[in-house]
Design a protein around this ligand. Structure first.
Ligand code: ACO
Length: 436
C-alpha cells in the first residue's frame, strides 16, 4: 500500500505524434476503494502527461485518515463511521482520532484536552490587528488574515521539519480557531472581545465567546451546545477536498503551518465549497414558499441560467451525503427543543423531495450535501449567517491540520507542481510597438 506498486497494468495509447503503443504502468492497491495507476514516471519514460483539471480521476496523495465511498454514501474517519462518531463521541475525541489515528483512552482524553485548553488565548497584540478592519468586514476575510498573521506571533512553531513544533502548531490552531472566530464576530457587532473560559467544553466555549457580554452572566443552552458539537464533528475532515488540497499544496513548498491553514480558509470560503451553507439559507429565503419550488428547479435545470441549487450535488457523493443524513435527522430535534417554528426546514424538505423526483437531478445523481441542512440548524441557534462558513472553518481546522501533519511527516513528500496542456502560441518574433 502507499508509495509501493503491487501490480502492472497495460494502457493502449494512440498518439498522433508517435502512433499506437502500449504503456505499462504500476498499479497501487488501496486498502479500500479504487486502485491507483502510478503515473509518476510517465513523462520521463514515455514523454506524455496526464490531463485531469479538477482532479476528477487523480489521487494527489496517499492518506490513511478519511475514506469516502461516494456511490454508497459512506464516510469513515480512521475506519469509524461518521454516524457513530457524531452520536457517540465529542469533537475533541474526533480531533484526537484524526490526528493520532486512534480514539483516545481516558488518560489521553484528559491530556489532549489539557493541551488544547492551554492554547486557547491569542497573543494580546493580535487584538489590535482586528481593529484595522472595517466593522462590516466579512468574518471570513478577518479569519484568513488573522490565521495567516499567527505566523508572525508564534515563531517557536514554524519549523515543519521538527515533529514537536508541528505538534505545537497543531494544538495552537485547533485551540485558537474558536477564539479567532468569536473575535471576528464580536468585532463586527461592536461588542468587546470575550476571553476563552477553559473550564467549558470546546463548543460551549465558542458559544460563550460569541454570545456573552461583560455586563451579564451567560450560560449556553445545552441543546445548542450539543447541536454545535455535532455540526463540528460532521465537518471535521473530508478527505482531499478543495481546501484540504489547498493546504497540502501550500505546505508542499514547506510554507509554515499558519500560512497553509490560512490558504485553506480562503479556499473554503467559496460558495462551491464551505460558503454553500450561507448560500443555501439565502436561496431558501429567496424561494420563500413551497409553490415557488418548481420555478427554482427550472432555473437550476436551465443551462443558460447560472443558478445552481445550493446544497445539492457533490464531486464525490453520488448518493446521499451521510453527513446530510445525520443533520436532517437532527434538524427537527434541534428546532423542536429550541421551540422554533420550522417553515424553512419544511421548505427544505419539500425542495429535497421534489428535486429527488426530478429526472435532471436523478440522472446527475445530485443529492443534498452537508450544507443543505446545517444552515437551517445554525439559523435556529441564532448564529448569524455570516458566521456559518466561519464555523465550518473552525471545525475543518483539525482535518487540515491532520492532513498537513501526515504530509509533513512523510519523507517522500515532494513539492506539488502540476503540469499543463499548453494551448497557446508557438514561438514567434517580437513585434515592435509601432508595428502592432
Ligand atoms: N444545481 C443544478 N445543477 C447542478 C448542481 C446544482 N447544485 N450541481 C451540479 N449540477 C449539474 C451540472 O450543471 C452538471 O450538469 P451537466 O452534466 O448537464 O453539465 C452536472 O450536474 C455535474 O456537475 P459538475 O459541476 O460537473 O460537478 P462537480 O463535481 O464539478 O461539482 C459541486 C460539485 C461544485 C459541489 C456542484 O454540485 C455545485 O456547485 N453544487 C452547489 C454548491 C454546493 O452545494 N456546494 C457544497 C459542496 S459540499 C462542501 O463543499 C462541503
Amino acid at each position: 500500500m502507499g508509495n509501493t506498486a503491487e501490480r502492472m497494468v497495460d494502457i493502449d495509447v494512440t498518439d498522433p505524434k508517435t502512433g499506437k503503443r502500449t504503456i505499462t504502468l504500476p498499479l497501487m492497491e488501496s486498502s479500500m476503494g479504487p486502485s491507483v495507476i502510478d503515473v509518476r514516471r510517465l513523462y520521463v519514460d514515455h514523454g506524455v502527461f496526464t490531463y485531469d483539471p479538477g482532479f476528477t480521476s487523480t489521487a494527489s496523495c496517499d492518506s490513511a485518515i478519511t475514506f469516502i465511498n461516494g456511490e454508497e454514501g459512506v464516510l469513515l474517519h480512521r475506519g469509524y463511521t461518521i454516524g457513530e462518531l457524531a452520536t457517540k463521541s465529542t469533537y475533541l475525541d474526533v480531533c484526537y482520532l484524526l490526528m493520532e489515528g486512534e480514539l483516545p483512552t481516558k488518560a489521553q482524553q484528559v491530556e489532549f484536552r489539557n493541551e488544547i485548553v492551554h492554547h486557547t488565548m491569542l497573543h494580546e497584540q493580535l487584538s489590535h490587528f482586528y481593529r484595522g478592519f472595517r466593522r462590516d468586514a466579512h468574518p471570513m476575510a478577518i479569519m484568513v488574515a488573522v490565521v495567516g498573521a499567527l505566523s508572525a506571533f508564534y515563531h517557536d512553531s514554524l519549523d515543519i521539519n521538527d515533529p514537536e513544533q508541528r505538534q505545537l502548531a497543531s494544538y495552537r490552531l485547533i485551540a485558537k480557531m474558536p477564539t479567532i472566530a468569536a473575535m471576528a464576530y464580536k468585532y463586527s457587532i461592536g461588542q468587546p472581545f470575550v476571553y476563552p473560559k477553559n473550564e467549558l467544553g470546546y463548543a460551549e466555549n465558542l458559544l460563550h465567546m460569541m454570545f456573552s457580554v461583560p455586563s451579564e452572566d451567560y450560560k449556553a443552552n445545552p441543546i445548542m451546545v450539543r447541536a454545535l458539537e455535532r455540526i463540528l464533528i460532521l465537518h471535521a475532515d473530508h478527505e482531499q477536498n478543495a481546501s484540504t488540497s489547498t493546504v497540502r499544496l501550500a505546505s508542499s513548498s514547506q510554507a509554515n503551518p499558519f500560512a497553509c491553514i490560512a490558504a485553506g480558509i480562503a479556499s473554503l470560503w467559496g460558495p462551491a465549497h464551505g460558503g454553500a451553507n450561507e448560500a443555501v439559507l439565502s436561496m431558501l429565503k429567496e424561494i420563500g414558499t413551497k409553490d415557488r419550488i418548481p420555478e427554482y428547479l427550472a432555473k437550476a435545470r436551465d443551462k443558460n441560467d447560472p443558478f445552481r441549487l445550493m446544497g445539492f450535488g457533490h464531486r464525490v457523493y453520488k448518493n446521499v451525503d451521510p453527513r446530510a443524513a445525520v443533520l436532517k435527522e437532527n434538524a427537527h430535534e434541534v428546532l423542536d427543543s429550541l421551540g422554533k417554528t420550522t417553515p424553512l426546514l419544511e421548505l427544505a424538505k419539500e425542495l429535497e423531495r421534489i428535486a429527488l423526483e426530478d429526472p435532471y437531478f436523478r440522472e446527475r445523481k445530485l443529492f443534498p450535501n452537508v450544507d443543505f441542512y446545517s444552515g437551517i440548524i445554525l439559523q435556529a441557534m441564532e448564529i448569524p449567517v455570516s458566521m456559518f462558513t466561519v464555523l465550518f472553518a473552525v471545525a475543518r481546522t483539525v482535518g487540515w491540520v491532520a492532513q498537513w501533519k501526515e504530509m509533513s511527516s512523510d519523507p517522500t513528500t515532494k513539492i506539488g507542481r502540476p503540469r499543463q496542456l499548453y494551448t497557446g502560441q508557438k514561438p514567434r518574433k517580437f513585434v515592435e510597438i509601432n508595428d502592432r
